[in-house]
Write a protein that binds this ligand. Structure first.
Ligand SMILES: Cc1ncc(COP(=O)(O)O)c(C=O)c1O
Length: 429
């Protein structure tokens, strides 16, 4: 697979190199300049397969035959949980992507990335350094836990992530190191940026990141769009609308790659009031407003960092931005969407999925099968969900297991030298 830097086309990289490097020169994103579609018959054959063998074939097709001989084993090991399609309302299904170990769609991308990095590091020790406001840190920590030759350092702001999120990060031990920073998320992020700018330190610890910019995370997500269609009755597969709750636009870009591969579907972009893209699609003007805090906090992003990939793909395939359905919801409308489906069928959504469901219902044509993405387990937003729906949510097994465990964490002020010192001593580098 040949990938190009979207900001500087003279820089290209193989899949392996792009995964190790993360981002290109001038902060440019790596992206292929061609996606070879499957023939119609091949799509039919793929849809008849179970998740793992189908995903192996899709990813092998994308990455190519001459790279990453371990790919098939990696996929089998990473995708060891289901992604069921569950009916929420008439003609509206939820693709539940929250059945993995940390109950978030990120388990697909993070587990795949961890194993790919393990395979391509070539004997070199790697250190994944990440700042988190909660969910990403949990998925990354869980995905890399126990991975040979790779240490993970997760920094989070003291008192600003939920106790449950902290447990998912700080009770793993082994190669996962939790740092509670007496500060806010932005300062945690600044410490990560400083480490990446510090060439000496970077080399010494084999610094790498696991953020959603990494092409491996994106490619892993392509596979579950096929899994969704494969679970529809055969007669409904010809006309499908996916509604995707969008923050950084990684998930929807993965869906568009599935479409470029030949999956028959169209897309709805679902946002909260951080609606830079829906406004751009209407006015043609890129005009990010200051980010507003909402109930669907993982979508509180006004400068989505994967949008250049989305646009590049639309251009490359000769599609039009007008082909997207789109919508944005206020918090009140989000709550209303949650209540409406719960009252109608008893289906429980959390704020991100509820936004996608509302946009789906507003955009769906008669006869179209509507699928919205369930990106996080409702129990991860338990407080809000219980308040809005007036019901108690049982805690899923994955969360029950960590709740009684002790956290092991290093506490620190937002001080770069202290971070360096801790990393070098703890990892004995
Ligand atoms: C629960 C949830 N839903 C939706 C999104 C948005 O996904 P993306 O950033 O790929 O657009 C995120 C991103 O972190 C998320 O955590």
């Amino acid at each position: 697979m040949q990938l190009f830097n979207l900001k500087d086309h003279t820089e290209s990289a193989s899949f392996t190199k792009a995964v190790l490097q993360g981002i290109g020169r001038g902060q440019g994103l790596f992206f292929p300049d061609r996606i070879e579609p499957f023939a119609e018959k091949e799509i039919e054959d793929l849809l008849a397969l179970p998740l793992v063998p189908r995903s192996q074939r899709i990813l092998r097709h994308l990455i190519g035959g001459d790279e990453l001989s371990e790919l098939e084993d990696i996929v089998a090991d990473a995708f060891n949980f289901p992604a069921p399609l569950v009916k929420a309302e008439e003609d509206c299904w939820c693709l539940q992507l929250f059945r993995g170990p940390t109950l978030a769609f990120k388990d697909f991308g993070a587990r795949f990335l961890a194993r790919v990095l393990g395979a391509v590091r070539n004997g070199r020790h790697l250190t994944i350094l990440t700042a988190t406001s909660g969910d990403t840190g949990a998925a990354v920590a869980g995905a890399f836990h126990g991975q040979q030759g790779i240490d993970v350092v997760v920094m989070y702001p003291k008192g600003k992530i939920t106790p449950l999120q902290e447990k998912l990060i700080a009770t793993l031990g082994g190669n996962v190191h939790a740092i509670e920073v007496d500060s806010n998320f932005d300062q945690c992020q600044d410490l990560v940026k400083r480490a990446f700018d510090d060439q000496d330190f970077r080399e010494r610890i084999g610094l790498n990141s696991a953020n959603s910019i990494n092409i491996a995370r994106l490619l892993a997500q392509v596979t579950y769009y096929f899994e969704a269609v494969a679970q529809l009755p055969v007669e409904r597969r010809g006309s499908v609308l996916f509604s995707v709750p969008c923050g950084n636009f990684g998930d929807i870009t993965a869906g568009l790659i599935a479409k470029a591969l030949g999956l028959k579907c169209r897309f709805a972009i679902a946002c909260n009031v951080n609606d830079t893209v829906p406004r751009y699609l209407k006015s043609g003007k890129w005009d990010p407003h200051p980010t507003v805090q909402t109930l669907s906090n993982a979508m509180d992003i006004s400068r989505p960092n994967n949008w250049p990939r989305t646009e590049a793909l639309v251009r490359m395939e000769g599609w039009s931005l007008d082909d997207f359905a789109c919508g944005s919801l206020t918090d009140d409308e989000t709550e209303q969407s949650m209540r409406e489906v719960y009252a109608k069928t008893g289906y429980i959504t959390e704020p991100h999925a509820a936004i996608a469901l509302a946009v789906l219902k507003a955009s769906k044509k008669p006869g179209e099968a509507g699928i919205f993405l369930g990106t996080a387990h409702p129990a991860k937003f338990r407080g809000d969900v219980e308040r809005i729906l007036g019901t108690r949510l049982p805690l899923p097994m994955a969360l029950q297991q960590v709740i009684g465990r002790e956290c092991e964490k290093h506490e620190m002020k937002p001080d770069y030298e202290a971070l360096k010192d801790y990393v070098l001593k703890t990892l004995r580098l």
